[in-house]
Design a protein around this ligand. Structure first.
Ligand code: ZN
Length: 481
């Protein structure tokens, strides 16, 4: 599991009153682990195996040598004192962010955000394998070999095509029915639905389980133990449905890794963009497709009879694909989601690379960007710049969410060229879909960097084109453009 995911997961488990103390324990333990990692004999061995990787005949060994070297390059010039300070800064930032968010007041968090930035820049500058800018160095830690130039090109193309399309959608005469979405449902029927969806997707209950939490997530406890969580809202049956499909997608990735990944300790090499590509493939490309809605509609009518009273399959499909500019990223629809990421990327790149970036003025910049791209403005910081936890422990994470959509659009098209994917979804043939994913998408993820990985899957270089074509076609049809 990625370190940030682990921290986010730990924080989700922590009780409100225990957060600060738990953070101190986290800081203590990670410092002990760090000191072990800095052992001269260990570092020398990491370097030796990396320098001699061409002599290795097993490509899983090569992947291990490369991953050890990545950690080595990142931490080589960081002292245990700096590492300890980093932990304390992040923990303090988290505590201040929580207070700032609850009081809707960015000024409570701004000093901490500056400290996080300073730590990140210092460590980027000390990195043994520095890239063109501090942001590039930091981002390479998440999505290796991709650069801020790749992100600029990708997001500019998104803006060019999506901004005018959003305007057309917003002025469309099409009225999508959503009145039934808030009809009341019981936790029991939502739980039965979650079980049904995971079963349908091919989730292996022998090696996994699901439960409820405040914020849904997936955690891999070990080789044969992947757990997903969801949250039931009594007046939003679909929320748990799509979060369980999303987390189920993460879980399928974990449950279908080559056994060698474990014996070679490389099971956490896959990038967050790769992981999000899978979860969003199941959630959006499959889950929100016309065919999947047709597949699950009868079961939904059976489990939620009062919700679906007088609601057609087509109305259900359209309601799951409405485009509504909104302020909160985690509640955004498939179409507007990318704007939330672009805004965060533009701001965090400026925080890290911009000389003399004025932290205090960031809420104003945030609100201006929401107004420019989505035509809406937050009423306060809690629904604006303070909404996400991520910046309490650094930058560079957000773009991976958007890249996931672009990777999966590319491999969706490749898959659809090899068999009738829509028919497979319509008939619930997930054995065929998951079999293709296992062979083409999941098998090599821990041994390849994203650009090589997507090229090996699709035969093409990374591009946002497939994703943008898909959005234009799908929403053009729904909104009659
Ligand atoms: Zn996810």
């Amino acid at each position: 599991m990625h370190l940030l995911s682990l921290i986010l997961t730990n924080r989700r488990f922590a009780l409100r009153g225990g957060v600060e103390a738990q953070g101190e324990v986290d800081a203590f333990l990670s410092n002990k682990a760090f000191i072990l990692q800095k052992d001269p004999a260990y570092m020398e061995a990491c370097l030796y195996i990396y320098d001699h990787k061409d002599e290795l005949t097993d490509e899983f060994d090569v992947a291990l040598a490369e991953s050890l070297h990545r950690d080595f390059a990142k931490e080589k010039n960081i002292t245990p004192e700096m590492q300890h300070e980093r932990s304390l800064v992040y923990n303090r930032a988290y505590v201040n962010w929580r207070e700032a968010k609850s009081k809707k007041d960015f000024s409570i968090f701004s000093k901490s955000l500056g400290e996080v930035r300073d730590v990140q820049i210092r460590e980027a500058n000390l990195h043994e394998n520095r890239k063109a800018t501090p942001y590039d160095t930091i981002f390479d830690g998440y999505e290796r070999e991709l650069t801020s130039q790749d992100l600029d090109d990708t997001f500019n193309e998104c803006k060019e095509r999506l901004v005018p399309l959003l305007k057309k959608i917003m002025s469309s005469k099409k009225k999508i029915r959503t009145d039934f979405l808030s009809r009341p449902v019981s936790d029991e029927s939502q739980k039965a639905c979650a079980q049904y969806l995971l079963d349908t997707m091919g989730f292996d209950f022998n090696r996994g389980a699901f439960a409820t939490t405040e914020h849904p997530f997936t955690i891999e406890m070990g080789k044969n133990d992947t757990r997903v969580t969801t949250h039931y809202y009594p007046d939003a049956f679909y929320s748990s449905m799509f979060s369980i499909i999303h987390e189920g997608g993460h879980a399928l990735f974990e449950q279908n890794q080559p056994a060698e990944n474990y014996s070679h300790y490389i099971e956490f090499n896959k990038t967050m963009g790769m992981h999000e590509s899978t979860s969003r493939f199941y959630e959006n490309r499959i889950g929100r497709s016309r065919e999947f809605i047709a597949l699950i509609y009868p079961k939904c009518c059976e489990l939620f009879p009062n919700v679906f009273e007088g609601v057609s399959e087509q109305e259900f499909y359209e309601s799951m694909n409405t485009v509504t500019p909104s302020l909160i990223r985690t509640e955004a629809d498939e179409f507007t989601y990318t704007f939330h990421i672009i805004i965060r990327y533009e701001i965090e790149k400026m925080i890290v690379n911009g000389s003399g970036c004025d932290i205090a003025s960031l809420p104003k910049l945030w609100n201006e960007k929401y107004s420019e791209y989505l035509g809406i403005t937050p009423a306060h910081d809690a629904e604006g710049i303070l909404q996400d936890i991520h910046w309490t422990s650094g930058f560079g994470y957000f773009p991976t969410y958007a890249l996931g959509n672009m990777y999966n659009a590319m491999y969706y098209n490749k898959m659809a060229s090899e068999f009738d994917l829509k028919a497979a979804v319509r008939s619930g043939d997930f054995a065929t879909i998951n079999g293709w994913m296992k062979k083409n998408v999941w098998a090599r993820a821990d041994r390849e960097a994203p650009k090589t990985w997507i090229k090996n899957i699709t035969g093409r270089d990374f591009t946002p084109k497939d994703f943008l074509d898909y959005l234009e076609a799908k929403y053009g049809e729904i909104y009659g453009l």
